[in-house]
Write a new protein. Structure first.
Length: 332
């Protein structure tokens, strides 16, 4: 066995240096020696056409299959050779393109509206039915209102803000404008005051699978409720929204927050995606707005709700896009 190991070590070191036409002279012997010495077949360098038990998709093939909404099982396929893999890719890619074209046709003839818009309307109807009034505030936000949330040049969130000039930006969140509206509504309406808003927000995110530079938030706030009922009420409203979205597997966890200090987060039970985040007041941030009432508030990411509902892992295709229509890749 020691002599086999020496031969194996020599071949394992030298074959990447051989011209391609010399691989065929050693491939069978190398395969046998790899089984004898290591107990498993060798994975040869990509592009040699040599048999292996662990050939996976190329990076370009994998990303194309992800774009076409391939199932997890298809993305995890293994092949015995690069030739078999490439042939399998051609068959699978053709099948997925045909399926996506059928989905696109179904959208054109029947669905007619992206799921993001349908979800937004459904949640709006549920909240209005629960006594919440919908408000709409500007997308452009002043630097002064952000500073009232404790977000200045030294804050962790400041580097993620899209500034339009020295004093205005695209809103990174809905809360400052809702605070601004609430300070007047608390004076004009009977308590508890219940409002919500749905709209786009913008942050220079890392563009990972769970992030996007533009995303849709739903924020709901109830002010003027008894302090002792806040915990139960925030759980009640979280359940109402998540259930209306069609999600029945979630948990609530307390987490640290860059803005509120601590939040009660709504986490998808299976994927661990953060669906929403809730907070309660009185809170130190209230002083800047001269608000003294007790309150609860929750913010949900609509694209994340869709991700959890559809079992998908990419937030970008769930929202506003030039390359996807309702999650369907247009490059077909």
């Amino acid at each position: 066995m020691n002599s086999l190991k020496k031969v194996w070590a020599s071949w394992r070191k030298d074959w990447p240096l051989l011209p391609n036409n010399q691989y065929d002279g050693i491939k069978i012997k190398a395969w046998v020696y790899s089984v004898l010495v290591t107990g498993r077949p060798i994975a040869f360098p990509m592009g040699t056409g040599v048999m292996t038990s662990d050939v996976t998709w190329t990076k370009a093939q994998y990303h194309r299959l992800v774009d076409l909404n391939a199932e997890k099982g298809d993305l995890a396929r293994r092949y015995e050779s690069t030739h078999a893999r490439d042939k399998g890719y051609q068959v699978l890619e053709k099948s997925l393109v045909r399926r996506e074209r059928e989905r696109l046709k179904e959208f054109e003839k029947h669905r007619l509206r992206p799921r993001l818009i349908s979800l937004e309307r459904r949640l709006c109807d549920v909240l209005k039915g629960a006594g919440f009034s919908q408000v709409t505030t500007p997308i452009i936000m002043s630097k002064g209102l952000l500073s009232k949330m404790g977000i200045d040049g030294s804050h962790a969130l400041s580097s993620q803000i899209y500034w339009l000039d020295r004093n205005k930006c695209l809103r990174p969140m809905l809360a400052p404008h809702l605070y601004f509206v609430l300070k007047d509504l608390l004076r004009l309406w009977e308590k508890p005051v219940r409002i919500f808003e749905v709209g786009p927000c913008f942050r220079k995110e890392s563009q990972g699978a769970h992030h996007s530079n533009e995303f849709t938030m739903l924020n709901l706030v109830e002010m003027g409720l008894p302090e002792s009922s806040r915990g139960g009420r925030i759980r009640e409203l979280a359940d109402m929204v998540v259930t209306a979205a069609g999600i029945d597997n979630y948990i609530l966890e307390r987490e640290k927050s860059e803005v509120y200090g601590e939040t009660l987060d709504v986490i998808s039970g299976e994927t661990r995606i953060e669906l929403g985040s809730g907070a309660m007041g009185p809170h130190p941030l209230d002083r800047a707005w001269r608000i003294t009432d007790t309150w609860i508030g929750i913010g949900f990411g609509l694209e994340r709700l869709l991700m959890a509902l559809e079992g998908k892992s990419n937030l970008g295709r769930m929202g506003r896009s030039l390359t996807y229509l309702d999650g369907i890749r247009l490059n077909l």
